[in-house]
Design a protein around this ligand. Structure first.
Ligand code: GLU
Length: 435
């Protein structure tokens, strides 16, 4: 019971915080970004309210029988923010502090991300307030299957398609696919993306977000006049996004001089050997203790003296308290929501180019879309086809956002959000209100 009580308290705290405009939460951040785009586009209050509010949200209590025989209860959510442009799409997050407001924010960002990259989806997100590191594989399988059963009525390949996010992976997607398929009575590969390749997953999906981050980072460095092969980078997070982003950046000639994870950070001014670091992380579970670097304070990574900063961990890490100390010239958001609106303002005033999450980390959902298309057609593309189509979409969205921002003297975030909101609003207006 303690887990549910703790989660309830944290969700109540988040609600209270959200009502206090001075305390930033992912949801207040997402709503303030939306409000700015709405004001710019001159949309009315009715449309604003509609876009600020999820179309559908489901909270579920998920009981789990532990290997010991005891049982626990975890709180889970699936929020579908918008369907105007197609089925809802978005990841599923397993983390102890997941709460409904956070999932609402992440679902809203998915709507903008899908619209901005012109993939035919609305936005969704799921969450389960559980620490996956505290559970055996058998327990994770049971809790995933039970969570899937609880949200079964609202998901489907034409309704809402989950994918991996923090704390979930391709095995989680395989269990969701199996649970859904067993309930339907036939195999439905299009119900999730980010599946193992042997179950109809796409070539290139696992590294897609990191590849996309790298394409954008290289373009952004060149845009501000920095040659990637003479630039340095710091990457926050060494998980699904950060580890491969560090690898691809260093393969592209960028000197990655600092990397962190939730346990600490390491730096090396001559450049970290990312291959050796990855081997160290596979062996020990953390970047801490890597012999090829010096220990660095985790928080200091964000203000490390580099050209490029890639926050690729969680929300709200660049805030009013540290934005003035960021030394990077370019920030490329590998995570969702790493920068608060206050930090955005401070960094813009300081001339730092911030490439927003809904553009920078969209590679994942782009290849998710490719995976869904392939699964629905039962026809598989080669890795090089996936990668070249990904690159083309990322760079064309980059040009589009850059052009929109320059014409109107906007930050890249405001431009990207406005472009996305405009596309969602257009679909909404064309479809009209029912009844
Ligand atoms: N969780 C990823 C994101 O935040 C991927 C979502 C998806 O592929 O549906 O973009």
């Amino acid at each position: 019971m303690t887990d549910v009580l703790a989660a309830t308290v944290s969700s109540t705290a988040a609600d209270a915080a959200a009502s206090d405009a001075h305390i930033a939460t992912p949801l207040t951040d997402a709503r303030s970004q939306l409000a700015e785009a709405i004001a710019l586009l001159g949309y009315d209050n009715g449309l604003h309210q509609m876009l600020a509010t999820p179309r559908r949200e489901l909270s579920v209590a998920v009981p789990l029988r532990l290997d010991s025989g005891e049982s626990r209860l975890y709180l889970g959510y699936r929020v579908q923010h918008n369907f105007s442009r197609g089925p809802a799409k978005g990841g599923l997050r397993y983390a102890p502090n997941v709460n409904l407001d956070e999932v609402r924010a992440l679902a809203m960002w998915m709507t903008w991300k899908c619209a901005l990259l012109d993939v035919p989806y609305g936005g969704a997100k799921g969450g389960l307030a559980i620490d996956p590191r505290e559970h055996s594989t058998a327990e994770l399988e049971r809790v995933t299957r039970r969570y899937t059963s609880e949200i079964l009525p609202i998901i489907g390949p034409e309704r809402d398609i989950p994918a991996p996010d923090i704390g979930t992976d391709e095995q989680t997607m395989a269990w969701i696919m199996d649970t859904y398929s067993v309930n339907m009575g036939y195999t439905v590969p299009g119900i999730v993306t980010g599946k193992p390749i042997s179950l109809g997953g796409s070539q290139g999906r696992a590294s897609a977000t990191s590849r996309g981050v790298t394409h954008i980072a290289l373009a952004a460095l060149r845009h501000v006049g920095l040659e990637p092969s003479r630039s340095t980078a710091a990457v926050q997070g060494f998980g699904k996004v950060g580890a491969d982003a560090a690898r691809f950046l260093s393969e592209a000639g960028v000197r990655v001089t600092a990397v962190s994870d939730q346990y600490g950070a390491i730096s090396n001014d001559a450049g970290l050997d990312i291959e050796a670091l990855s081997a160290h992380v596979r062996a020990t579970g953390s970047v801490v203790g890597f012999a090829g670097g010096e220990p660095l304070d985790g928080a200091a990574l964000l203000t490390h003296d580099v050209d490029l900063l890639v926050p690729a961990a969680v929300e709200g890490v660049l805030h009013e308290g540290n934005a003035a100390d960021v030394q990077a010239t370019v920030v490329v958001e590998g995570a969702n929501g790493p920068t608060t609106p206050a930090a955005d303002r401070i960094m813009r005033e300081r001339g730092i180019l911030v490439v927003p999450d809904i553009l920078a980390n969209a590679g994942g959902v782009i290849v998710s879309y490719f995976e869904w298309v392939q699964a629905n057609q039962a026809y598989w593309w080669r890795a090089d086809e996936v990668e070249s189509r990904l690159e083309e979409r990322m760079l064309s969205a980059w040009q589009c956002v850059l052009g929109y921002a320059e014409q109107r003297d906007l930050s890249l975030r405001t431009a990207a959000t406005a472009l996305a909101v405009e596309r969602v609003a257009e679909a909404h207006k064309l479809r009209g209100l029912y009844p």
